[in-house]
Design a protein around this ligand. Structure first.
Ligand code: SAH
Ligand code: SF4
Length: 463
């Protein structure tokens, strides 16, 4: 979500003729877009601000802005902890960023704008006609936010306090933004929301599956992904959409957080272990090869050894394709911060390592099962190894990287092609999987596939 918000900020600032740079020392203005979901993220933000302050001592004209959830949470306090910061703007002030920067350029006095909208508004992103031209990156894959905020109040979570109430964007605005990005080369979109399953329910817009249908109809777009689905709201309609819409990828990120009913209740997740497992079954019945991934928190207050064992057991039962594990941390305003029975840091870490070790086995198993299969890959660009110039065996073949529909990274080689210079970024290519690692796969393009990128690839692009 922060990646999307950052791209929005870049577009906003293009109104003032600011341009993105990759060289920090060259910049006239630095915006730090912060995250506060866990304590560590917040600490990282302040340590980076320390580095910027040292830069500013040598270059006093540098403007430093702090946006995102730490800005929203801390407001004026950011200026106390990092006195050389010039602009603090909250999560609802992003649409006012160019005005704030202009005001600072004029007055050179610190500005704090953390006003939050108190009612459901068509958020500030909609009506202001943001210049898409300011979006310079010509990426094959990208994010588009379809809703903001959250009304679920999971007891560990800071999001409702820093992002505000749940609001869905209008479907026509989402569709038109994606169409503009497709014109600039986007082939795969990931739709973002804290709980996409409740998209449109407030305010009488269309439902999430209906929105997916509209996006599925966009010419030139090849793939659609989304995150995140709250298990309590995963509907049959969405499961049927996953089965039936050809552009919708075969992957569901379904955060379970814990395998113990006792902990799920204390987390206020509003589903049981049994309901979660039932939804996983339904998904696999409708889409047998679907990849299912999850988030798990270890060491939530009061989590006993027996609760934790139930989480390990759930991982064994579901056999996730991969998971993100997090050590529980107290967050400002979150209800669980006041819970007693906190678990020691050492035990939280120990439990995290246990779930990661267990999961490694299943990730490898799922990846191994793909060896020998032919997969359709959307090519995102040269592989990291190729970029570093580290070519295997001194070969002149090109190494590319992309993902399967199930979101697995595949690196593959393709012989040099004199007709098209191997310009396959953004194209769909069939790859035979030859090797499996824990986090990626390795393969080669199918025989005679050299023709694919010159002939079929061009046809795809023209479509
Ligand atoms: N809206 C999404 C989650 C967004 S936050 C959902 O409900 O699934 C991403 C992940 O961060 C969560 O799934 C959770 O696993 C983790 N997380 C959130 N708050 C946390 C906290 N206080 N400590 C540790 N992990 C946390
Ligand atoms: Fe946080 Fe729960 Fe909302 Fe996700 S659904 S953002 S975990 S409150």
């Amino acid at each position: 979500m922060n990646v999307y918000d950052t791209s929005f900020m870049i577009r906003e600032l293009s109104r003032l003729n600011y341009e993105e740079t990759t060289i920090l020392e060259n910049s006239d203005l630095v915006i730090v877009n912060t995250c506060t979901i866990r304590d560590k993220a917040e600490q990282k933000a302040f340590s980076f601000l320390g580095r910027l302050s040292r830069m500013k001592k040598k270059k006093p004209e540098l403007i430093i802005g702090v946006g995102g959830c730490v800005a929203q949470q801390e407001g004026k306090k950011v200026l106390k902890r990092a006195p050389l910061v010039d602009i603090v703007f909250g999560t609802h002030a992003v649409g006012r960023l160019s005005k704030l920067v202009q005001q600072f350029e004029f007055t050179r006095r610190p500005i704090v704008d953390v006003k939050m909208a108190t009612e459901i508004i068509e958020n500030q992103f909609e009506e202001e006609n943001i210049p898409i031209e300011g979006f310079t990156e010509e990426a094959v894959t990208g994010f588009v936010t379809i809703m903001r905020g959250c009304d679920n109040y999971c007891t560990y979570c800071v999001v409702p306090y820093v992002r505000g109430r749940e609001t869905s964007r209008r479907p026509e605005n989402i569709v038109s933004e994606i169409k503009s990005l497709v014109k600039k080369g986007l082939r795969e979109v990931t739709l973002l929301g804290q709980n996409v399953n409740s998209y449109g329910l407030k305010g009488g817009k269309c439902s999430f599956p209906e929105l997916l249908q509209k996006i599925n109809n966009i010419d030139g777009l090849q793939r659609i992904r989304f995150a995140t689905s709250h298990p309590k709201d995963l509907s049959d309609e969405l499961i049927f959409a996953l089965r039936d819409l050809e552009k919708l990828c075969n992957h569901m990120h379904l955060p379970v957080q814990s395998g113990s009913n006792n902990i799920l209740e204390k987390m206020n997740r509003k589903y049981s272990r049994e309901l979660y497992l039932k939804k996983v079954d339904k998904l696999r019945t409708a889409c047998p090869d679907i990849a299912i991934t999850t988030d798990i928190i270890t060491g939530f207050p009061g989590e006993t050894e027996s609760d934790f064992q139930q989480t390990l057991d759930l991982i064994k039962t579901v056999e996730f394709d991969s998971l993100f594990g997090f050590i529980y941390s107290d967050r400002p305003n979150a209800i669980a911060t006041d819970f007693s029975d906190k678990i020691s840091e050492k035990e939280k870490k120990n439990r995290l390592n246990q779930i990661l070790d267990l999961q490694k086995k299943y990730s490898k198993k799922k990846n191994m099962a793909m060896i020998g299969k032919t997969e359709l890959i959307l090519v995102e660009g040269l592989s990291k190894m190729q970029k570093k110039g580290d070519m295997r065996n001194g070969s002149k073949d090109f190494q590319w990287s992309g993902r399967t529909s199930t979101n697995k990274i595949v690196n593959f080689v393709m012989e040099e092609c004199s007709s098209c210079n191997n310009n396959i970024k953004g194209k769909m290519v069939e790859v035979i999987i030859e090797k499996a690692f824990s986090h990626s796969l390795w393969g080669k393009t199918k025989e005679n596939e050299n023709l694919y990128h010159c002939v079929k690839g061009e046809k795809d692009n023209a479509a």
